[in-house]
Design a protein around this ligand. Structure first.
Ligand code: GAP
Length: 434
């Protein structure tokens, strides 16, 4: 665990994982851009989710639905009426807060004045825009606040074309947008973010069992990618916390530097969404069970994760500091599958004869793994930099390489070094990165 929140945020900014969005214009509050390392890691996190939730399972298929959908979708889903947060404003400093997140309902956390809050009003969280060139009430559309609804509206298309039988799931990764009242904690809560959602359709009487199955699976996924199990817990929602569609929800919480907070929500959405879309669209979205000769609305278990939050938590948990020869070594002990760069090729010096070999080695590895050719600064500093960005293996080309046609491969975690012949290098790295 990092000593504090600032350490990890500084590392993320300094090493090019995350930049403030629109930085050259002073930045846009709580909007972030992912830099060269951040984009690789975020993609790897999504790839691992897809691998676990779709590719390696026979009962889940994928989807990529539109961000902008018919407003009727949000009418039916209940988002137009119920997707809001209670907003209060301090009459003294005019800062705005989510009432349900205030620690003290009487004291403003910004100016410290007491009993200055206005009455709470419900603030709609969906972003509104217009479809086409004319701004009018009829042309109003919304940016999706969750990817899930695109799955529900395509339930019958997917079931029919992919010939799916219950129980089965439909998974989707994509952007979601919410006009959050109080975004913050770096990339933890932003107004634009990536969701990784899966709607698992099952018989109503099996919903409870699948709910527990998915709770276990999802915790296992985080632990499998290197998060310390002690830093994860499940927390059931109280009755008054449940979303308008959920009969039960448990959050996978992570011990962030500011305390336990939500990483992912796993909800039993019952048949709420399919039933509502059937009512509003007039289409029969019931499932027909041939064997039992019955039609019914399936129940839905939904594991819904944020890719940005997962990436942030994985980064925090991988952060480590140790003392090596009286110096502090910062090392990101990222799972190899998540590390943005898998192999760094480092020539011992910039002498042309070494550069020629190291460039050739790097070029041969690039089609196989994310590879960096790092030539500036002393070899010690380059090792430290690669440790700090979590590169599992460094390949060093030295003067002996010209004679023995071999290189030194250094392991990030143990710092042990092996001498490996150039002809055996790909095989060696394949084994190490498997
Ligand atoms: N379809 C259900 C749903 O959207 P949610 O708990 O509102 O449920 C699911 O969101 C996940 O999406 C959260 O656990 C979190 O990881 C991520 N998420 C939600 N709002 C977010 C925000 N403003 N910024 C970043 N991630 C967010």
């Amino acid at each position: 665990m990092p000593t504090d929140f600032d350490t990890i945020v500084n590392l993320a900014k300094k090493r090019g994982f995350v930049f403030q969005s629109s930085e050259i214009y002073g930045g846009l509050r709580s909007a972030y851009d992912y830099g060269p390392l951040g984009v690789e890691m975020l993609r790897n996190v999504k790839e691992q989710w897809w691998h676990a939730m779709v590719r390696t399972r026979g009962d889940v298929v994928g989807l990529d639905s539109a961000v902008i959908q018919s407003p009727a979708v949000w009418e039916a889903s209940g988002h137009l009426t119920s997707f809001s947060d209670p907003l209060v404003e301090c009459r003294n400093c005019h800062n705005r807060f989510r009432e349900d997140k205030l620690e003290d309902l009487h004291q403003c956390p910004s100016c410290g004045k007491r009993d200055t809050f206005t009455e709470a009003r419900q603030f709609q969280l969906m972003f509104k825009t217009n479809l086409g060139p004319i701004e009018s009430e009829e042309n109003v559309v919304f940016l999706r606040p969750e990817t899930a609804q695109g799955i529900f509206t395509n339930f019958d298309n997917v079931r029919r074309t992919a010939r799916m039988k219950l129980p089965f799931g439909i998974a989707q990764i994509g952007k979601a947008f919410r006009n959050e009242i109080t975004p913050g904690q770096f990339v933890f809560r932003t107004r634009e973010f990536d969701q990784m959602e899966m709607e698992f359709f099952c018989r109503p009487e099996e919903a409870e069992e699948w709910f527990h199955y998915w709770l276990d699976e999802r915790v296992r996924w985080y632990v499998g990618l290197g998060i310390d199990a002690q830093h994860l817990r499940l927390r059931a929602h109280d009755e008054d916390e449940l979303s308008h569609y959920a009969a039960a929800t448990e959050d996978v919480e992570y011990l962030f530097p500011w305390g336990w907070d939500e990483l992912e929500g796993i909800a039993n959405r019952t048949d709420f969404d399919l039933r509502r879309h059937a009512e509003h669209s007039g289409k029969d979205l019931r499932y027909y069970d041939q064997e039992a000769n019955e039609r019914f609305f399936p129940y839905v278990i939904e594991p819904s994760a944020g890719a940005n939050r997962a990436t942030f938590a994985l980064l925090i948990d991988a952060y480590d500091e140790e003392t090596v020869r009286d110096e502090t070594r910062v090392v990101l002990r990222l799972d190899k599958r998540l590390a943005p760069i898998k192999v760094a090729v480092l020539p011992l010096s910039k002498k042309p004869e070494l550069m020629e070999v190291s460039e050739r080695v790097a070029a041969s590895l690039r089609p196989l793994w994310a590879t960096e050719h790092d030539v500036t600064q002393s070899i010690g500093r380059r090792y430290r930099r690669q440790d700090e960005i979590g590169t599992p293996l460094c390949v060093t080309v030295d003067f002996d390489s010209l004679g023995d046609q071999a290189v030194t491969v250094r392991d990030r975690d143990t710092m042990e070094q092996d001498r490996v012949g150039l002809d055996a290098l790909q095989g060696y790295l394949t084994e190490k990165l498997a």
